[in-house]
Structure formats: C-alpha cells, structure tokens
Design a protein around this ligand. Structure first.
Ligand code: PBG
Length: 328
C-alpha cells in the first residue's frame, strides 16, 4: 500500500491551520464604492433594479462619502447624470457639471477619501452612446473614435481640475488612455493616475446600471467599441495597448463571469488589476438573497474572495458598504 507523502486534509482539520495556510485574503482596503450623482437638493432616489443603491444629489453624496470613509473604504467611483443631454455630451466637461461639483464637495469634506471618476460620454449624450455618432446613411451609424478622443481629454481634465485623484475612462475608444495621459501631463497633472477599463466586454450584465445612470443607447448597441464576449486573446491585446499608452491600473469588466480573464491578465502583466463586479452581478445576488435563496453575507464574501483568488488587487463593488459592515 502506497501512502502519499503529503496529505492536504491534515491542514484543513482545524480553523487555526486553515487560516495559517490560507492563500488569499480580502479586506475593505481593496474596495472601491460606486456612487451616482444627480442634480438637485436632498435627492435620494432608489434604483429599483439595484436595491440599496441610490441616485443622490451632491449634498447627500457628501454624507454618503463620509459614511464610506468612516467604514474604512478607501475610494469611491463617481458617475454623473447631467441636467441636460446633447449630441456631443457637452455637460460632461463643463466646469459647473454635476460630477465636477460632486468632486469638489466630497474633497472639501472628506479630503482623505480617494475620488475616482468615470470618464465617459454615454450618460451625457442624447443618443446614449459613449462616443460621437456619425450618420453614414439612413439607419446606418458609426462612432467617430478619433473625434471622441478630444472630448474625453476635456472630460478627464475637467475632473482632475475639480480635484479628482484618479480618472477611469470607460468608453473603450481606441487610443483614449494615451490621449488622456497627454492632456493630463500637458496641464501639470503628471502624477494623477489612470485606471483604464482596459478589458470591457459588450455585456448584458450592465442592464441595471443603465437604469441607474440613465445611459441606455437609444439605438443600436455598444458592440462596435466594447469587446466580444467570446474573446480572450483580444483581452491581452487591449490590455497591452493600454499599458503602452500609460495606464496605471488595468480593469476587467464585468467581474464574476470573466474570472478567467482576470487570471490571464494577472499572469501576463505586473500592473495592478481591478475587477468591476457590475450592476447585474449585484442585482442577481441581492434578488436571490431577498428571496431567501442565498445567504447574502456569505455569498458577498465568497464572490469578493473569488476576485482576489483570480488575481485582482482592487474590486469595484456595490457591496463595498455591506462587506465593510460584515463580521466576516
Ligand atoms: C459606461 C459604463 C457602464 C458601466 C460603467 N461605465 C455601462 C455600459 O458600458 O453600458 C457599467 C457598470 C455596471 O453595470 O455596474 N460609462
């Protein structure tokens, strides 16, 4: 009879051994909490498809930011829903824009909370696309990638001028990281990092977010600029380009359905990696927990640990506050 030299079960037998040999850990220091800011005063509008998440006016965003900071979460990711939308999304870069106001207010009252901003046009354009739309002929449209880059430069610069600590471009136009890096450097913001949504799939898991950010495309879809869900080698190409253009953090989005991609990037890159546990992932867990079908606290912990195991350094999640409050 042959016995194996090493029997892993021995180390699983007691809690003390289990924690001694645990390979990964998750703590609130790794989390970023997304916030949706809307015009007005005292607004706290629930988002039906995302229980526990609200659209809030600047005054309430500030209160929320204080709470997030007091819970020990180091960063928020700001999304804005503007007063007015137009063809080019001009309210995304005006000085008195909604996100610009929110950044200033949050930095004034909670200076040590890192403020990261989503740089994209889709919440600001009347058509809901992330770039400038050109009509080719009747019912045939295309996104003008290069013309969009100039607008993204303006958006990123306006956020940083308002006090943002880091910008996160999510539009998926080619060349945006380089364009934004150049605009920041030329204006004296060399030290402001870029977290690039490097690998962003054309996913149906963004459904609830599009309610929250009021940014569903009015025609067509985002498949010409977001990635095909069937591809993984393309993720390496996208991430390589963003790294070469100067990205400081590479993000993969969505999260749980794409753990293989996080793991792939972890093996190929030394840059920090962020995973975005998107709205649809949040809503699924919330709905099942609401029905008593899943243990919410344990499933949140397990899902966040899965990101860490796959190789993510940072996790952007609507569960950040829930996790910070949990005893796990
Ligand atoms: C685009 C953007 C989207 C998300 C973050 N930034 C939506 C999209 O590409 O349609 C999705 C986030 C989520 O689902 O939680 N600005």
């Amino acid at each position: 009879m042959m016995f194996p030299e090493y029997r892993p079960r021995r180390l699983r037998q007691t809690d003390r051994f289990r924690s001694l040999v645990r390979e990964n850990c998750i703590s609130k220091e790794h989390l970023i909490y997304p916030l949706f800011v809307v015009p007005g005063k005292k607004v706290k509008e629930p988002i039906d498809s995302m229980p526990g998440v609200f659209q809030m006016s600047v005054d309430n965003i500030v209160e929320e930011a204080k709470e997030v900071f007091d819970l020990g979460i180091p960063a928020v990711l700001l999304f804005g829903i503007p007063e007015k939308k137009d063809e080019t999304g001009s309210h995304a870069w005006i000085r008195s824009g909604i996100v610009q106001k929110a950044i200033q207010a949050v930095k004034r009252s909670v200076p040590d909370l890192l403020v990261v901003t989503d740089v994209c046009l889709c919440e600001y354009t009347s058509h809901g696309h992330c770039g400038i739309v050109v009509k080719e002929k009747k019912d045939v449209f295309r996104i003008d990638n290069d013309a969009t880059l100039e607008l993204l430069q303006k958006v990123a610069l306006s956020h940083v001028r308002a006090g943002a600590d880091m910008v996160a471009p999510s539009d998926m136009m080619d060349g945006r990281v380089g364009a934004i890096r150049e605009a920041l450097d030329d204006n004296g913001f060399e030290s402001v990092p870029i977290m690039s949504y490097a690998v962003k799939y054309a996913s149906s898991f963004y459904g609830p977010f599009r309610d929250a950010a009021e940014c569903a495309p009015q025609f067509g879809d985002r498949r010409s600029y977001q990635m095909d869900i069937a591809n993984s080698r393309e993720a390496l190409r996208e991430a390589t380009l963003d790294m070469e253009e100067g990205a400081d953090i590479l993000m993969v989005k969505p999260g749980m359905p794409y753990l293989d991609i996080i793991s792939l990037l972890r093996q190929e890159f030394t840059l920090p990696i962020a995973a975005y546990q998107v709205s649809g992932e949040y809503s699924m867990i919330k709905a099942a927990a609401h029905n008593g079908w899943l243990n919410e606290e344990l499933v949140i912990y397990e899902s966040l640990m899965a990101f860490r195991r796959a190789g993510a350094d940072i996790i952007i999640t609507y569960f950040a506050k829930d996790f910070a409050r949990s005893s796990l």
